[in-house]
Design a protein around this ligand. Structure first.
Ligand code: AP5
Length: 211
């Protein structure tokens, strides 16, 4: 199946996509993850987008769309994919329709106070990008990645000013996108507030039924 995951920063798009892709054999494609990797490597793309990503703004539609067009042309997506963080504008959603059809747009809904608590407590591995939380998803050893032993750091855009900017940017874009997929009868709403194991279970039950 081909999914897009919609939802505000901290909704758990990346965490859920990581769990589901592992269990269902579909590819997890995170535009934010691709952009952060490019910034870390200081590629031409990374240098171009660094400033806007770090302050919590949106990268321009053309740059992100080309990145997705290229990624979904790879052979590994034939078994299905989860697009995490794309589309974020109606322009991107229209472009995606021309690139590849999707089956469902899953809108993950979480109250604002929970989002802020998740984002301010998130820690990411500086080497492999794995995500943790100081309360909800602790590593075995404080400050150290379980997977690769890399150092855990605060994401640049998880500083409070950038969090508020990202939430504002999301609110401005969310409604038209939700409407876009609702009109096409592809929209599914998922409660992202419970613990991640419950969210995964709910997702699996809903989509096992629709297969
Ligand atoms: P992106 O990486 O997509 O960031 P985001 O949308 O702001 O989403 P987050 O990664 O912050 O949150 P998430 O929903 O994935 O939550 P997570 O699972 O990590 O994009 C970053 C930037 O790149 C953008 O701001 C923009 O500049 C640019 N960009 C990317 N795509 C773009 C596009 N299409 N167009 C233009 N620009 C684009 O969870 C958060 C924390 O909560 C974690 O610590 C996790 O452990 C914890 N957690 C998650 N779920 C639960 C749960 N159920 N219970 C308890 N804790 C939980």
């Amino acid at each position: 199946m081909r999914f897009v995951f919609l939802g505000p920063p901290g909704a758990g798009k990346g965490t859920l996509a990581g769990e589901i892709s592992g269990r269902c054999g579909v590819v997890h494609i995170s535009t934010g993850g691709i952009l952060r990797a490019a910034i870390q490597k200081q590629t031409a793309l990374g240098k171009k987008v660094q400033k806007v990503v770090e302050v919590g703004g949106l990268v321009d539609d053309q740059t992100v769309t080309e990145l997705v067009r290229e990624r979904v042309s790879h052979e590994d997506v034939v078994s299905g994919f989860i697009l995490d963080g794309f589309p974020r504008t109606v322009t991107q959603a229209r472009c995606l329709e021309d690139i590849v059809p999707i089956d469902y747009a899953v809108s993950i809904v979480v109250p604002d106070d929970v989002l802020v608590a998740r984002l301010t407590g998130r820690r990411v591995c500086s080497a492999c990008g794995s995500s943790y939380h100081v309360l909800f998803a602790q590593p075995k050893r404080e400050g150290v990645c379980d997977r690769c032993r890399g150092v855990l750091v605060v994401r640049e855009d998880d500083k409070m000013s950038a969090i508020l900017q990202r939430l504002t940017a999301y609110r401005a874009q969310a409604e038209p996108i939700v409407h876009f997929y609702s009109e096409r009868e592809k929209l599914v709403s998922l409660n992202g507030a419970p613990p991640i194991s419950d969210v995964v279970l709910e997702f699996q039950e809903r989509f096992a039924q629709s297969r």
